[in-house]
Write a protein that binds this ligand. Structure first.
Ligand code: MSP
Length: 507
């Protein structure tokens, strides 16, 4: 089966931050997990480079929007690489192939009769170079961003007949109750549709930075229409001599933050219907990472800056933290202190120490070879449905719940080793078989959790599996007892070493 997962394309008007890293991490977990299941995966991320905000930010810096795009697209590419994301392509909306395809699709929407000329009248902010809706205004007529008083302006635009898609959208939602997940976001989108849809301005006359409207070069296509189409256009040119559209469209899941729900859950499917293109299977919504004010932490200062954290603690620790700390789908606070606590108590102690203790005991008591035994019945039951449960959770885009299922087993293995006290068993010759079973069960348990953790923490899981003499990452093998004894173990070193706070200069 093919599986196509996307992140939003990120605006290039600023530097990447943890909020951007979050969606990329989540999409990468799904992509890696589906590859483990043997699916044919395509994972897309990229940058959104046209439109008002980018033009404005560039103007402020005294450079062209293209220069700004080039500068920041590199940073977003670096972010994906730093996070160890396995995206199969990185789209930029300034790619000529994307722009050409956008023009084609918009022309089709036009030729299908869903576009008309009209006049847009509304509150216009010259600083945003954008119209504001009544509900966005502050104190009557002020721009919520620039706080200046706005005036009503008029602009001749091309309009997309979004209103005529109200019924088809309602039908889509009725037929596919998992089109938007989680459920509260589905309800929110459906309520928005039912409240009545207004036509949408499809072009901008005041702006030059964008894809020209194919039948009217005095206007450019509205940046959101241009941006949403990236999910579709990328497949047509991501590979030089192959059009991947047939193979991967419709997308399996678009992962997005809750702030851009309306665009993805309402406008996007309507646009696709208007262009006779199949709608995606799902839109998966996550909440916000709240980066509140915090007291200074020892090594991170008071921000979680993704490049810095990945450099100091490793990408795996960051990937683990954001998915573990905040229940995927909901909003939640993140903080440097919270990060350091989880790094120490969970990664270094619960997982890292379990691994080094197990390897040390295997080498001390069994000459570095995993003994052959049956898994302990006490663990067997707890591991029984684990892989299936993780698959089900991830199919439902419940990333935190999936990770928690695995982590409960990490904790269980810690309790197991405490209860069984292999160091005592080693003193009693009559307990050799029991010691075999304990050591085998620990090695096997660590193997299974590591295979399942691999999408979340690919580097660490791979290192640990290599130390256990294991290479197979497929989910078929993620069952306790699937691999027998006999493997020779290798050196691991510290999976999650202690991080010293930076030296404070006395100056
Ligand atoms: N360019 C548009 C998306 C176009 S997709 C066709 C855009 N870009 S963005 O850079 O502003 O945001 C991209 C994603 O990052 C959004 O899904 C947004 O929710 C997410 N995040 C930005 N800050 C965030 C947090 N603090 N927490 C979690 N994610 C948030 O919107």
């Amino acid at each position: 089966m093919s599986y196509y997962v996307t992140t939003p394309i990120y605006y290039v008007n600023g530097e990447p931050h943890l909020g951007h890293a979050y969606t990329t991490i989540a999409a990468d977990v799904l992509a890696r997990h589906m590859r483990q299941r043997g699916e044919d995966v395509f994972f897309l991320t990229g940058t959104d480079e046209h439109g008002e905000p980018v033009t404005q930010a560039a103007e402020k810096l005294g450079i062209t929007p293209r220069e700004l795009g080039d500068r920041h697209a590199v940073r977003f590419k670096q972010l994906a690489a730093t996070l160890n994301a396995t995206n199969d392509f990185f789209i930029r909306t300034t790619d000529p192939e994307h722009m050409e395809k956008v023009a084609q699709v918009v022309r089709r929407i036009h030729d299908n009769g869903h576009v008309y000329a009209g006049t847009y009248e509304g509150w216009y902010c010259p600083r945003c170079a954008d119209f504001k809706t009544e509900s966005e205004l502050e104190d009557g007529n002020r721009c919520p961003i620039h706080k200046i008083e706005l005036e009503i302006e008029k602009e001749d635009n091309w309009f997309f007949r979004l209103s005529t898609f109200q019924e088809p959208l309602e039908r889509l939602y009725a037929e596919r109750t998992d089109f938007v997940i989680p459920r509260n976001r589905y309800n929110e989108a459906l309520a928005f549709i039912k409240s009545g849809l207004r036509d949408l301005s499809l072009s901008r006359a005041r702006l030059k930075w964008g894809v020209p409207v194919p039948w009217d070069h005095s206007q450019v296509i509205y940046v959101w229409i241009d941006a949403l189409l990236n999910y579709y256009t990328a497949l047509s040119y991501a590979r030089e001599d192959e059009d991947l559209t047939e193979r991967y469209w419709p997308a399996h899941v678009h992962l997005i933050g809750k702030d851009i729900l309306k665009f993805h859950a309402v406008i996007w499917p309507a646009m696709l219907m208007a262009a006779d293109i199949e709608v995606p299977r799902r839109v998966g919504i996550h909440g916000y990472l709240l980066l509140g004010e915090h007291k200074m932490s020892k090594s991170l200062g008071n921000v979680i800056e993704p490049f810095h954290v990945a450099e100091v603690y490793g990408a795996d620790a960051l990937r683990f933290y954001v998915l573990r700390e905040v229940s995927f789908g909901a909003d939640g606070e993140v903080s440097p202190e919270g990060f350091e606590t989880r790094y120490t108590t969970e990664l270094a102690n619960e997982y890292g120490n379990l691994a080094s203790r197990t390897l040390a005991m295997l080498s001390r008591y069994r000459d570095g070879v995993v003994p052959d035994a049956a898994p302990a019945p006490r663990l067997q039951g707890e591991f029984e449905d684990l892989a299936d449960t993780v698959c089900r959770r991830l199919d439902a885009i419940e990333l935190t719940a999936a990770l928690d299922e695995i982590w409960q087993r990490v904790k269980l293995l810690n309790r197991y080793v405490q209860d069984e006290e292999p160091w005592q068993l080693s003193k009693d010759e009559g307990a050799a078989e029991q010691l075999d079973q304990v050591l085998y069960s620990l090695a096997e348990g660590l193997r299974v959790v590591s295979v399942l953790l691999h999408p979340f923490m690919p580097g660490s899981a791979e290192r640990l599996l290599a130390a256990l003499g294991q290479e197979d990452l497929s989910l078929d093998g993620a069952r306790l007892g699937a691999v027998g004894g006999g493997a020779s173990i290798a050196e691991l070193g510290q999976l999650f070493p202690r991080v010293e706070p930076p030296e404070r200069s006395a100056a």
